[in-house]
Ligand binder design. Structure first.
Ligand code: ADP
Ligand code: MG
Length: 689
């Protein structure tokens, strides 16, 4: 029981008020993100040890953690080992076999056992049938098991074991009611959910497997509901919205202007989008297609269509290089239809910027391509009807909302190369329609991928030389690797590496450098020179990651490939294989870590971006997958966005119904929910306004 009886406990009471929690322990709790009693109650177990179905000694699986039920047969005294370690050894057994159990430096564990009594031992059984052994097991009595058959295992930290955490949690459980329940009673009844206090008690100390499951379900449900509602409030898109009204136009004119004919998948995606734009409702569509699948053309067709219908359009890209490349690709193409384009980025000069702003305000500019600069307040459109965002996952949810507010209810088209798993897409975009471009333009070849260790470096260098001799170009990407805790100096690291390559390895080739610290103009110059074939090797940090199109580049070498996420590697690989020649991706890594090797192996086995992103999501979790800051979503405590799909659907339906009935959540029954939403999103408070 908490020691400070005089203070009334609140959810915000610091954990140090708990019995047995001193300043040291409180500090360790803080490492786990636990400061208050509420934090502790919401520190959910990672898994349970199931004491309810113990093995007999003979049946216990070898070398695996398990629970064995056995009687204490013999209990000789302990002894001191050479070196001063204390050892106690007992013999336990059942009808068939016996088990030798040893504890080191823990005399108390053996002393409290009684001869002839049955216990549950949890640990790893080793040894053959004739001499089964266990070292330092956890011991429970039958009564203890009856009271709590499933024991919670918590995420722990140095100096704070799962057991110690469990002790603290257990003294708090009678106070679980401290936690406010954000879900209104009506909802609990309707969806058959446990109350918050019951769920918290059951998640820490379930009596049955079913109870643990019900508790999990309820807590995940709450988390997803709050998330959906928070995002729903952010989106702020009126239900009665009409979208920019448009009428059908004949796309064959547009097709005829292209140097190639669109793939079936491109045609379908465009048809989907056009159907949305004439529907009388705002389009909210994600166009998902692997790198190189030709999403830009889909965007161009939609832009053409919107402008034909008399609307202005905006195309937002995450980097200046990419915005520029879109501008250079699209402006001449669209000029054939007298569509006037402008490029607006952070480095647009003041005078030109003023002209562009004027053109957007009076409607003489039909398409504005740009970066985040499109979001600044002084950019006003006369009649914005369509907003396309490229490589969406680079933008936060809030930025997208900001752009859509530049007009009443513009149609939104999102292009994404990282195939976003359906669950995450639902969470991030809410009700969003998806078109998948599942077909690459003809003539594309699979990029051969190799994951190699350091010993292959000479061979890789020889290979690069061979490609360059054949007139092909090579990307070499290196991650930023800094000394511990130091922010690496990108410019220095990459420049030094390139210099070394140029002077010591490839004196006969032309090595260029590109990094994020360069001015946009410089970057563009280097990119343009590379695209024009004026350099053989481009050494860079991940600035080349997104979108860059150099068909003559046939080889992507990634240094320290283990430092990148799979989706990022897939993006990088997508920079090559865009021309006719056979292309290669070489992932260099000296990591011996098995998981890392397995991860890189996925890259050599598949070119399927969807599989890769799912694998990535599974291995890294959604937070890392997009980068917390990029997607702007709060971290989930218990829900797993990659697999709690059914609950997510349910929560989404409930959220929608709630938003319809009480959009501002002003009903007193909904206030706790509203408070919870604010709490969860308060690190991103500006998104909620
Ligand atoms: P991404 O989907 O990665 O954005 P892009 O739109 O940049 O792909 O297209 C990649 C390349 O394929 C570009 O050079 C583009 O001109 C070309 N391309 C696009 N559609 C087709 C097509 N239907 N047939 C042939 N080439 C195409
Ligand atoms: Mg693209």
């Amino acid at each position: 029981m908490p020691t400070e009886n005089r203070t009334t406990l609140t959810p915000d009471t610091p954990v140090r008020y708990l019995k047995g929690v001193g300043p040291k322990t409180a500090e360790r709790f803080e490492k786990l993100g636990i400061v208050t009693l509420a934090d502790l109650l919401c520190h959910y177990p990672r898994r349970y040890i199931d004491f309810s179905k113990p093995y007999s000694i003979a049946e216990a699986p070898a070398d695996t953690e398990c629970v064995v039920k056995a009687e204490v047969f013999a209990k000789p005294g302990g002894r001191i080992l050479p070196g001063g370690r204390r050892m106690e050894r007992i013999t336990a057994g059942d009808d068939v076999s016996s088990l030798e159990i040893t504890w080191f430096n823990n005399p108390y564990a053996a002393q409290k056992l009684q001869l002839g009594q049955e216990y549950y031992f949890q640990g790893i059984v080793t040894g053959g049938m004739l001499r089964r052994q266990m070292v330092n097991p956890q011991v429970r009595t039958a009564e203890q098991i009856k009271a709590s058959p499933f024991e919670a295992v918590y995420p722990q930290t140095e100096g704070l074991t799962s057991n110690a955490i469990a002790k603290c949690v257990r003294q708090l459980l009678p106070h679980a009611e401290l936690l406010p329940d954000p879900l209104p009673p009506e909802m609990l009844a309707k969806y058959r959910l446990l109350s918050k206090a019951d769920a918290v008690r059951a998640i820490h100390c379930p009596a049955t497997e079913e109870q643990a499951y019900a508790a999990r379900r309820r807590l995940i449900y709450e988390e997803l509901l709050v998330l959906q509602l928070g995002i729903g409030r952010m989106k702020n898109r009126g239900a009665a919205a009409t979208g920019a009204p448009m009428r059908l136009a004949d796309p064959s004119l547009f097709w005829a202007s292209l140097p190639f004919s669109p793939t079936g998948a491109q045609r379908r995606a465009i048809a989907d989008a056009v159907e949305d734009m004439v529907s009388g409702k705002p389009m909210n569509r994600l166009c998902q297609g692997d790198v190189g699948s030709g999403k830009t053309m889909v965007a161009a067709a939609c832009i053409w269509f919107a402008v034909e219908n008399g609307w202005q359009t905006a195309l937002m890209a995450p980097t200046e290089i990419l915005a520029r490349q879109h501008y250079q690709g699209l402006a001449p193409l669209l000029a054939r239809f007298s569509i006037r384009c402008a490029l607006l980025t952070g480095s647009t000069r003041a005078k030109e910027r003023r002209e562009i702003l004027a053109g957007l305000a009076d409607g003489t500019i039909d398409l504005c391509i740009g970066t985040h600069a499109l979001l600044t307040e002084d950019v006003q459109y006369q009649k914005l009807g369509l907003v396309v965002t490229d490589e969406q996952h680079r933008f936060g949810v809030n930025q997208r909302a900001a752009l859509s507010q530049k007009a009443e209810d513009p149609h939104m088209l999102v292009l994404s190369a990282t195939p976003i798993p359906r669950t995450l897409a639902l969470v991030i975009y809410g009700d969003l329609d998806v078109s998948v471009i599942d077909e690459l333009p003809p003539g594309r070849q699979k990029v051969d991928t190799f994951a190699l260790g350091e010993s292959y470096r000479p061979r890789v260098q020889a290979f690069i030389r061979k490609l360059a001799a054949a007139g092909q170009q090579i990307f070499i990407v290196c991650p930023l690797v800094g000394e511990a805790d130091q922010i690496p100096d990108e410019r220095k690291a990459v420049t030094a590496y390139a210099k070394q390559l140029q002077e010591q390895v490839f004196p006969d080739l032309r090595v260029a450098v590109l990094h994020g610290k360069m001015k946009p103009k410089e970057k563009e110059k280097v990119m343009a020179a590379f695209a024009a074939g004026e350099s053989d090797i481009l050494v860079s940090t991940t600035v080349v990651e997104v979108g860059v199109d150099v068909p003559n580049a046939t080889c992507m070498v990634v240094e320290n490939a283990d430092r990148f996420g799979l989706s990022q590697l897939h993006q990088l690989r997508g920079r090559v294989g865009r021309g006719k020649a056979k292309s290669y991706c070489i992932l260099l890594s000296d990591s011996q870590n098995e998981e890392t090797r397995a991860r890189l192996k996925v890259m050599t086995q598949t070119n399927d971006g969807f599989r890769i992103s799912q694998e990535d999501l599974r291995l890294r979790g959604p937070g890392d997958f997009f980068g917390q800051r990029q997607h702007g979503l709060p971290a989930m405590k218990i829900a797993d966005l990659s697999c709690d799909m059914r609950l997510l659907d349910e929560a989404q339906t409930a959220a929608r119904q709630l938003m319809e009935r009480d959009p501002e959540l002003t009903d007193p029954a909904h206030r706790p929910l509203r408070r919870r939403i604010r709490q969860l999103f308060d690190t991103n408070a500006d998104m909620l306004n």
